[in-house]
Ligand binder design. Structure first.
Ligand SMILES: [Zn+2]
Length: 361
């Protein structure tokens, strides 16, 4: 009885604490309660070491020589500190390695197709956004292959497409996904209706579009985000159409390839926002994926650009406002690294330590 009361009080406290956080934080996240000092770590690009003060899972101060009295101290002398990553393309329902994803340096993920049961699951300690099923034609991608069993929501015409978007939003969708590929397809007007409805309720629209014509059509109907870097060469018109929009790297999932690497370079060169993403679930490396980083470097990304694609850029794009930087007001979700990630970005895939919400993973 005592235990039950104590457990109830604990749940109430956690719920109250989490109510103050961003909307995308699952209620079940349990921050590290208490005071923690990470001592003497180097911020990427900064000259001298700092202390990072964490209170109840949040960063409350960053500066030289913070008084460690009464705090748990983590000595990070000689190490670098960087924000934990956001993987903007995963399929957690396919391969629900939550603990491994967090332990490998992932603080948040964006799920790009799952049955609606996705919205009922506890993904803590990860912050998640999910599309639920892709909105697709009857018999369309991905319902006839890997996505049989609820990964696609089949609709006919614009009214049904818009209705599906409203339903998904009510279930908890944080984005909408539309495939533009071969096989059964929605007509342009149905896709435009889905996009208009998504935008009306504040959701971005991601598209699976791998070739030039598909990418062009996805841009023409108003999609916001390429879920993968297209794997066949994009022409100038398609690059231009995506110039002010966004693309998830996802190079590793298709083995890199000269065309994809060139597409990503060209999209970025024309001002498209690039988000780090691995298609985890279809790929099987939880945490920050060394192979994805390698392909990003091949596409001309510096350490700073890779860090941005995994932290600040997805924060700005998706609204994970309490992640993505080492500064007061952010969650204490960070990596300790043995080398400078600006000089050697591959070190991000082998963190010496990972903290999510102040908890060492
Ligand atoms: Zn995917």
């Amino acid at each position: 009885m005592m235990l039950a009361r104590f457990a109830l009080l604990f749940v109430v406290l956690i719920t109250a604490a989490c109510a103050m956080g961003a909307a995308v934080v699952p209620e079940e996240v349990v921050p590290h309660f208490g005071r923690l000092i990470v001592r003497g770590a180097l911020l990427a690009g900064a000259g001298s070491p700092v202390d990072v003060e964490v209170l109840d899972g949040w960063i409350v101060a960053v500066g030289p020589s913070i008084d460690p009295k009464g705090a748990e101290v983590v000595d990070a002398t000689g190490q670098w500190i960087a924000p934990a990553f956001i993987d903007s393309h995963v399929h957690m329902e396919y391969y629900p390695m939550v603990s491994e994803m967090a332990g490998g340096g992932g603080a948040a993920v964006v799920d790009h197709a799952a049955p609606v049961v996705f919205f009922e699951r506890d993904w803590a300690p990860l912050q998640v956004l999910g599309s639920g099923p892709m909105v697709t034609a009857v018999g369309g991608y991905p319902t006839q292959g890997w996505g049989a069993g609820g990964y696609g929501r089949e609709v006919v015409g614009g009214n049904e497409a818009a209705e599906a978007v409203r339903e998904l939003r009510d279930l908890g969708a944080g984005l909408i996904k539309l495939p533009v590929t071969t096989g059964s397809q929605l007509q342009d007007d149905a896709m435009e209706a889905a996009v208009a409805q998504a935008h009306a309720v504040g959701l971005k629209v991601s598209t699976h579009a791998m070739g030039n014509d598909h990418a062009q059509r996805a841009a023409d109907v108003g999609c916001d985000l390429l879920a993968h870097t297209p794997t066949s060469a994009l022409n100038d018109e398609a690059i231009e159409a995506w110039a002010g929009r966004a693309v998830i790297s996802s190079l590793r999932a298709f083995g890199g390839g000269a065309a994809a690497v060139a597409n990503l370079e060209a999209l970025r060169g024309r001002g498209a926002t690039v988000l780090y993403g691995t298609d985890f679930g279809n790929t099987r490396t939880p945490g920050i994926d060394r192979l994805e980083l390698t392909y990003l470097m091949e596409a001309g990304f510096s350490g700073a650009a890779i860090l941005e694609a995994g932290t600040a850029a997805p924060v700005a794009f998706w609204g994970f406002d309490d992640l993505g930087a080492i500064e007061p007001g952010k969650r204490a979700s960070f990596l300790l690294l043995d080398r400078d990630p600006l000089q050697d970005p591959l070190v991000l895939s082998e963190p010496a330590a990972v903290f999510i919400d102040g908890n060492r993973r």
